[in-house]
Design a protein around this ligand. Structure first.
Ligand code: NAD
Length: 734
């Protein structure tokens, strides 16, 4: 174990360097923490050492805690995981407190050794918490580097002292963006937010930190909370100003999290309760709340999906073992809404792009979309003029198919029409190299059918982007019946290049994401038809963690698109098609209420397009019943409509890996992130209870809620999804 090494200089400064050799970024493990302590003990005990500089051997400082460590501790602790997690956390506090007190006399606060942190670059989570325990923080002036405490984004909160230290440094209100929103800051902004003290040139970083260590006085290294008379900035809870802060913060958190994210509330509790006591007791309180959150099933599910499994998928967990397929030149067909977005993310990732449309002005407009986004980035100081020129320089907008020569990947995004798609496919194949992979961005047409237009169906695949392409993190890769491994590898390597998260599914109607989201929308509309109050439907969805209620989502995606999909689905399914919601959708379309785009839908909008509230005219068509269902009943209808579709996709081998099912659901359509995804949610419910709920919902509302055979079998055996399929290996046969 050499994650940390120490070199004692002749100048009396011990430099501790963090460098986890096997990783591109430093992450902290349990063992490494013990090593830090041993080195700190050594430096503090050595009379030749005057002070310590803590730095990194990489151009980043730290990625954070190895989150697998927390899961391992919990899982290894047997009957008493709470005690094990609490002890682990308290041990971390003890070590960082030792660093912070640095050997000073407990009464006089004198005689300690100065400790500076030289932050070489990006610094996250526990890295920042270690830095906060030091006496002064220097950060290299790399504007691309970020520092912060983003734990809240994966369902936990900074539990290595960061919550207590940072809130005591700047006050609860000022700490909120960093602690509660997980905002990460560049060095300049971090200095403004007091996360660091100085921004210095990278090549002077360690020297400047050493200079400070050698000149620091006793008074320079005593933390404010260790001094007599310390008061919380902005006011502690019993102070009038503090009172207002905490009342406001509590309301804000409930408003934002709708009470479904335990970490935000626990964080605020740790700050509030901690502010009432001395620093060491506050750390104990923080550790208790941290343990509480770690044991909450929502937190472990979020860590699993949003951190561990998301990363595993990005690193190619399901990539076939074929040679590197990094994309060098991509041809994009159709420069409309999707094609333009795909061109932007590709060029931005350094890939040469040929953007084709039927007319030159359409192709130019598609390229203009990139220009618009880059201009916006420049206004916000995120994009330089050189970068803009470089990205635009990579995009050739043309109508000339000959420009596609040399492309190793094509992404087709022309009209959703099999005839048009077949025609362009043939034109492309005539000019591209024989080994070029052809991908279609269709959202509804079967890949296997579209592949018929190609004489190389093994090189034909679906790469399904979500709109808006530059913002949406998920990309669905669809294997047609004949799609070969090299096409899958090409698609995965491309998605890695454009820094998005891939899932790989088999070809079936609506693939995975749309297959699950459509029943959610339909369930909401069904309820309108039944006379459930629209406000109850929308609020029930939001209170269970869906980002948009089904009616708002319909307005955003437009009712005419809904009508188009309904017609196409009916044509494809024939007698099996359930047309319950068509009356509502077609009625709205006929009345010109197409959603946001027509300033009228299930919601009313003002002239500027601002959403005002639910449209009260809806009740004239679908009167609200006097008796309304329970909130949880509405929530279960909305969630089961989605998760049962996910289970069926797994049963039918459309979905091959529940990790993809969970990650894809959260990133693709915002499925209640607190739950960790549909399969995690079923595990939280427990499969026996989930099966019971299916039976009750089926009896009350119809066969669409019938318990899938797989779920029934698992309920009978008392199995969980992650217990049975958790590693991504399909063990259904076992
Ligand atoms: P769009 O109408 O905005 O763009 C289509 C573009 O293709 C137009 O610019 C059109 O001029 C061009 N085009 C049509 N025929 C052509 C031809 N023969 N040769 C060259 N260019 C041609 O449509 P869009 O929303 O960008 O959708 C494109 C594809 O992406 C569709 O298959 C759609 O199903 C799929 N998709 C759309 C979304 C979405 O949210 N809009 C999401 C995922 C996938």
């Amino acid at each position: 174990m050499t994650d940390f090494t120490m070199e004692k200089g002749a100048d009396g400064v011990a430099v501790i360097t963090w460098d986890v050799k096997a990783k591109s970024m430093n992450v902290l493990t349990r063992e490494a923490f013990a090593l830090v302590e041993a080195l700190v003990d050594d430096a503090l005990a050595d009379p030749a050492v005057k002070g310590i500089v803590l730095t990194s051997g990489k151009d980043s400082f730290a990625g954070g805690m190895d989150l697998n460590t927390l899961a391992t501790i919990r899982d290894a602790a047997g009957d008493d995981p709470a005690q094990a997690l609490f002890d682990f956390t308290m041990n971390g506090h003890r070590i960082l407190r030792k660093l912070e007190r640095a050997g000073m006399d407990p009464k006089t606060n004198k005689g300690g050794k100065p400790v500076a942190c030289a932050i070489t670059g990006t610094c996250m989570g526990i890295g920042t918490e270690i830095a906060l325990a030091c006496h002064r923080r220097f950060m290299a002036d790399n504007p691309k580097a970020r520092i912060g405490l983003p734990e809240i984004l994966v369902g936990i909160f900074p539990g290595g002292g960061g919550t207590t230290r940072y809130s005591r440094m700047v006050g609860a209100m000022a700490a909120a963006p960093v602690l509660l929103e997980g905002k990460t800051l560049d060095p300049k902004k971090a200095k403004g937010a007091q996360l660091i003290d100085e921004v210095v040139p990278a090549d002077e970083l360690v020297a400047r930190a050493k200079d400070w260590v050698l000149s620091a006085t006793d008074a320079d290294i005593v933390k404010p909370w260790d001094q007599k008379g310390w008061k919380m900035p902005g006011g502690a809870p019993y102070h009038p100003a503090g009172f207002m802060t905490f009342v406001g913060a509590s309301a804000m958190i409930n408003g934002k999290t709708k009470g479904v994210y335990p970490a935000a509330k626990a964080l605020l509790s740790a700050v509030y309760e901690g502010a009432l006591v001395d620093f060491d007791t506050a750390l104990r309180i923080e550790a208790r709340w941290f343990t509480n959150v770690l044991l909450n099933p929502s937190s472990s599910a979020m860590i699993r999906s949003l951190f561990i499994n998301k990363q595993a998928l990005e690193k190619g967990a399901n990539r076939p073992a074929v040679a590197d397929e990094t994309v060098r030149k991509v041809g994009i067909l159709g420069a409309g809404m999707m094609g333009a977005g795909i061109a932007y993310v590709s060029a931005n990732a350094g890939i040469e792009v040929v953007l084709i449309d039927a007319a030159q002005d359409a192709a130019d407009r598609g390229k203009g979309y990139s220009e618009g986004l880059l201009d916006k980035g420049m206004k916000r100081g995120k994009v330089t003029a050189e970068k803009k020129a470089e990205v635009l320089g990579r995009i050739t907008a043309t109508t000339d198919y000959a420009a596609l020569a040399g492309c190793d990947l094509i992404v087709e995004a022309v009209f959703e029409d099999p005839g048009v798609k077949a025609e362009v496919t043939k034109k492309v194949l005539a000019v591209v190299p024989a080994d070029c992979i052809f991908a279609t961005n269709t959202s509804t047409l079967p890949i296997t059918e579209l592949a018929r237009a190609s004489d190389k169906p093994d090189q034909f695949i679906g790469i399904h982007f979500f709109s808006p392409v530059d913002k949406m993190a998920l990309v669905e890769i669809i294997r047609g019946k004949a799609t070969g491994d090299r096409a899958v590898a090409k698609a995965l390597d491309y998605v890695r290049q454009i820094r998005k998260t891939p899932i790989v599914v088999n070809d079936a109607r609506f693939f995975y994401a749309n297959r699950c989201i459509i029943p959610y929308i339909n369930e909401g509309i069904r309820m309108v038809k039944e006379g459930v109050a629209p406000a109850l439907i929308e609020n029930a969805a939001k209170l269970v963690g869906m980002p948009l209620g089904p009616l708002q989502l319909t307005d955003e995606t437009s009712l005419d698109l809904g009508a188009k999909i309904a017609k196409a689905t009916k044509a494809a399914m024939g007698a099996a098609y359930d047309d319950t919601v068509d009356e509502v959708i077609f009625g709205m379309v006929d009345a010109g209420r197409l959603g946001r785009k027509s300033n009228a839908g299930f919601y009313a909008y003002d002239a500027t397009g601002k959403r005002e509230g639910l449209w009260d005219g809806l009740a004239d068509h679908y009167p609200v019943k006097a008796e309304q269902p329970e909130l949880v009943e509405v929530q279960h209808r909305l969630l089961f409509a989605q998760v049962l579709e996910a289970v069926r996709a797994l049963e039918e081998d459309v979905l091959l890996d529940i990790r993809e099912g969970d990650v894809g659901a959260i990133l693709g359509w915002g499925f209640a992130p607190w739950s960790g995804g549909p399969f995690s949610w079923l595990d939280i419910l427990g499969t026996p209870y989930a099966a019971e709920r299916c039976d009750a919902l089926q009896a009350a509302y119809g066969d669409r809620f019938a318990c899938p055979a797989l779920l029934r079998e698992m309920a009978e055996k008392g199995q969980s999804f992650y217990g049975r399929f958790g590693t991504g290996v399909d063990s259904r046969a076992a």
